[in-house]
Design a protein around this ligand. Structure first.
Ligand SMILES: [Zn+2]
Length: 339
């Protein structure tokens, strides 16, 4: 777990090639996935998990199936002036989602949400490569603040013409997903934003990445960040020792188990999580997963297998496991006896 810090421009130096707005995408001949490729894969996995498990999330938000980006997420050198419809743009539209059905398209400029203008940067990131996701985040927040089930009128600009496209969103968990720049082979969550290391997408297929994403969504469903803070744990070096380590390990195990339930609710065979930790767990060790606060891959696989066995054969979709009741309980149940 780390504080949310996302510098998209850093992808320029990573194994991934950058995709810029306005379809100036994938012009580079390469076998490496583009940023749009990995963003699309993550968005599809996140869509499936967050919408299927909306009933398990205390904080829902309207979900459309489209993602946004903004020109100041990219260095000025990557953005041709005048090549985009507006500073905030639809990055991608997943098929068979509310956004697709309403006719939203990639590269549509987003001008307003329910008649409220979207704040816009004047220009792309500066020549020094400093970039920010603040504009994109502000636009996302405007959509997230809307009533979950209400029609969502989006004023967009396409081919020089403005129009209103009304999307009928569905409820989803109030969690955003990011591909994290750089070489991390892990994932983390601060409770609201889930970051997934870009390199995972070159190593694993979508089912395997779904295991990692479901684990992180499990942290959010169980409100681990807030509960760890309420328990007064310390992040950083001291997190690896004593009571801190024990509480982190507890949240990791809970997220593994919840992740299996979330996968199952979203239509995956939850046993892919058992297989993942058994066969791939050793690979997910170079980044955020390498810590004595995480159980061994073998122990994770076994614990998940036991949890899956507790799902009743006739469990409904979605299934709300007893573990869900933990989300409002203090993490440190034994606090009174261990000062
Ligand atoms: Zn975790």
């Amino acid at each position: 777990m780390i504080r949310w810090k996302y510098l998209r421009g850093a992808l320029l130096s990573a194994a991934l090639t950058i995709a810029t707005p306005a379809s100036a995408i994938a012009a580079v001949a390469t076998t490496a996935p583009t940023l749009l490729d990995v963003d699309t894969r993550l968005a599809a996995i996140a869509w499936r998990l967050t919408t299927a498990n909306a009933a398990l999330c205390r904080d829902p938000q309207p979900v459309t199936g489209a993602t946004l980006h903004a020109i100041d997420q990219y260095p000025a050198s990557a953005i041709a002036p005048g090549s985009y419809a507006a500073p905030v743009l639809v990055e991608l539209v997943l098929p068979d989602t509310p956004a697709a059905r309403a006719g939203l398209q990639p590269d549509d400029g987003l001008i307003a949400v329910a008649d409220r203008p979207v704040p816009a940067p004047a220009a792309a990131g500066d020549a020094a490569g400093r970039v920010t996701s603040a504009t994109r985040d502000a636009a996302r927040a405007m959509i997230a603040a809307r009533p979950v089930a209400a029609p969502l009128p989006l004023t967009i600009r396409r081919n020089g013409t403005s129009r209103v496209i009304t999307v009928t969103p569905v409820p989803g968990c109030r969690v955003e997903f990011e591909v994290l720049a750089g070489n991390l082979v892990g994932a983390s969550s601060d409770g609201h934003v889930v970051q997934v290391g870009g390199r995972l997408f070159t190593m694993f297929d979508d089912d395997q990445i779904a295991v990692v994403v479901a684990h992180e969504l499990g942290h959010a469903v169980l409100r681990h960040r807030a509960r760890l803070e309420a328990a007064g744990v310390t992040w950083g070096l001291l997190s690896e020792f004593g009571r801190n380590a024990r509480l982190f390990r507890q949240t990791e195990t809970e997220a593994d188990l919840m992740g299996a339930y979330l996968l199952r609710n979203a239509g995956w065979d939850p046993r892919i999580a058992v297989t993942f930790w058994r066969e791939q767990g050793g690979k997910v060790d170079g980044g955020l997963f390498r810590s004595r606060t995480h159980p061994s891959s073998k122990a994770r696989a076994e614990a998940i297998e036991r949890a899956i066995a507790t799902i009743p054969a006739d469990a409904p979709m979605p299934y709300l496991p007893p573990l869900l009741e933990q989300r409002d309980a203090p993490l440190d149940g034994a606090r009174g006896s261990t000062p």
